[in-house]
Every structure is written in structure tokens, then in C-alpha cells.
Design a protein around this ligand. Structure first.
Ligand SMILES: C[S@@+](CC[C@H](N)C(=O)[O-])C[C@H]1O[C@@H](n2cnc3c(N)ncnc32)[C@H](O)[C@@H]1O
Length: 254
């Protein structure tokens, strides 16, 4: 992604921060007298949650596995592996966390890739929406799409729906102006929104188009970053500063 981040926040330094946080959680909780296994699981949990920062699956895996692997190497060398006495169910904790972060229902659609902050700047002039209208980001991740929408449409009410509850929690903290809920975007009713925005995958677009046609009111918009609806001419195509396109489809008048 081309979204600007200071050098120290970029890969691979971002992985270093996540590993340090995981180790910090482990050491800190040990200093607070937490027993070894819960402290170790806390370190793993911090790594798994921190891995949401990365934008590719491989990087996420590297971030999430850094703490347990470095632990294993260190304690294995000392002959005192923490895993030796850990109950079998202990492995379920990181697994449950990973599933909470990336629920299977979202695997067919996109994993977490954020919309760049300035991607929609100026869109409001090209595609005006009613004052105090309602805009929904379906699969709102950690809120970057909502933050970009807020810059483009400062006067509308923003809503987000996200399947992963940890991402939904982070989104609620970041996009404080928006009404964010946990849920499946396909089960959510789109009919009350003036615009439904999504940044998913090419495979998602036919289903999104069918839902938009069935539910959006005349004059409302379906907006998709990067991926067009196959075989449908967009009403407007918008060029983002990074060269990608936002494809916009307005529902015809009834
Ligand atoms: C590429 S990210 C886009 C995040 C955000 N919209 C943005 O533009 O910054 C796609 C998000 O959609 C979520 N997602 C995928 N399938 C979903 C579904 N069926 N219901 C709700 N959210 C879903 C994923 O968890 C992920 O956070």
C-alpha cells in the first residue's frame, strides 16, 4: 500500500515493534507475578493482535510468530521450554485469537488492507451526497476507509460493519465519529444508505452489485476502491492520488 507512514512505522521495523510489545507484555506480566503460562499466552496474544498491522499474510505470520519462536529458541537452548508443562488447550488461545481476527466468513472477501487516508479527497465535489446523508463502509477493518470518507464527506453520518470483532473494536476507537458494529456485511440491510463503500476483492463485486441492485434506493451509490463490477459501466470513475480508481455506480431512478 502506498499510504504514507514514517520510516520507523514501516516494515520491517513494524515487526520489531510488535515483537518488542509481545516481549514487553510477557516480561511485564512476569514482573507482576503472573504465572509463566498465562504470561506466555499474553505475549502470544499481543503478537497475534499486533499482526493486524501488517498488510500481507506472510508479514502477519512473521509478526505473530516472532515472540513464540524467539522464546522457543531461547528457552530451548537453555533446556527449559515453557511449552513442556503447558496444558494442551493452551494452543487453542492463539488459534482462537487468530480466528477472531480473521473469521472464516471473511475469507471469501478481502483480508485487512486499508484505504489510504487521502484516497477520496475531492470525491465529494464530483459525487455530492445529501447533507446529513448516510454512508456505510462494508468490511470497515480498522477504520481507514471511514477516515478517508470523513475527509471526503465531512457532513454525512458514517457507519461501518466489520465481521472481525477485534478489528471492529480498533475501528470504533479510531473512527470515533462513525457508528461501527460487528456483523456480516451480506446480512446487513443496505437500503437506508446514500452510499455503500467497499474495498474487497474482484470476486466480491458481482455479489455486491446484486445486493446493491436489490437494496439501494434510486439515486444511491455503490463505490468500490480498485475493483470494478464486471461488465457494468460505472457512472463515475475517480482517480485516487496513488493512481488507483474508485468505481462508482448510481442506482437508476425508479
Ligand atoms: C480490504 S479490508 C478494507 C478495510 C476498510 N474498508 C478500508 O477500506 O480501510 C476488508 C475488510 O473486510 C472485512 N470483511 C471481509 N468479509 C466480510 C464480511 N462478510 N462481513 C464484514 N466484514 C468483512 C475484513 O475483515 C477486512 O477487515
Amino acid at each position: 500500500m502506498t499510504r504514507f507512514r514514517p520510516l520507523v512505522m514501516r516494515w520491517p521495523l513494524s515487526a520489531l515493534w510488535v515483537w518488542m510489545l509481545a516481549w514487553g507484555a510477557f516480561v511485564g506480566s512476569r514482573l507482576l507475578q503472573l504465572p509463566l503460562h498465562p504470561a506466555w499466552l499474553l505475549g502470544v496474544a499481543v503478537g497475534v493482535v499486533g499482526s493486524a498491522w501488517a498488510t500481507t499474510l506472510v508479514r502477519r505470520a512473521v509478526m505473530a510468530l516472532g515472540f513464540p519462536l524467539s522464546w522457543w529458541l531461547m528457552t530451548g537452548a537453555a533446556g527449559t521450554s515453557v511449552l513442556a508443562g503447558m496444558p494442551a488447550w493452551g494452543w487453542l488461545v492463539p488459534l482462537a485469537l487468530a480466528l477472531a481476527l480473521y473469521p472464516p466468513a471473511t475469507w471469501k472477501d478481502a483480508p485487512l488492507f486499508p484505504t489510504p487516508r487521502d484516497a477520496l479527497d475531492g470525491l465529494g465535489e464530483q459525487v455530492p451526497l445529501p447533507l446529513a446523508g448516510h454512508v456505510l463502509d462494508v468490511g470497515c477493518g480498522v477504520g481507514d476507509g471511514l477516515l478517508a470518507l470523513e475527509r471526503a464527506y465531512p457532513e454525512v453520518h458514517l457507519h461501518g460493519v466489520e465481521h472481525s470483532w477485534p478489528l471492529r473494536v480498533v475501528c470504533g476507537l479510531r473512527a470515533r465519529h462513525a457508528h461501527v458494529r460487528q456483523g456480516d456485511m451480506w446480512a446487513h440491510d443496505w437500503s437506508r444508505y446514500d452510499m455503500v463503500y467497499l474495498f474487497q476483492r474482484p470476486e466480491t463485486m458481482p455479489r455486491a452489485w446484486a445486493k446493491a441492485r436489490a437494496e439501494l434506493q434510486p439515486g444511491a451509490w455503490l463505490a468500490s476502491l480498485e475493483f470494478a463490477v464486471p461488465d457494468v459501466s460505472p457512472t463515475v470513475s475517480w482517480s485516487c492520488p496513488d493512481g488507483r480508481t474508485v468505481w462508482l455506480y448510481q442506482q437508476p431512478d425508479a
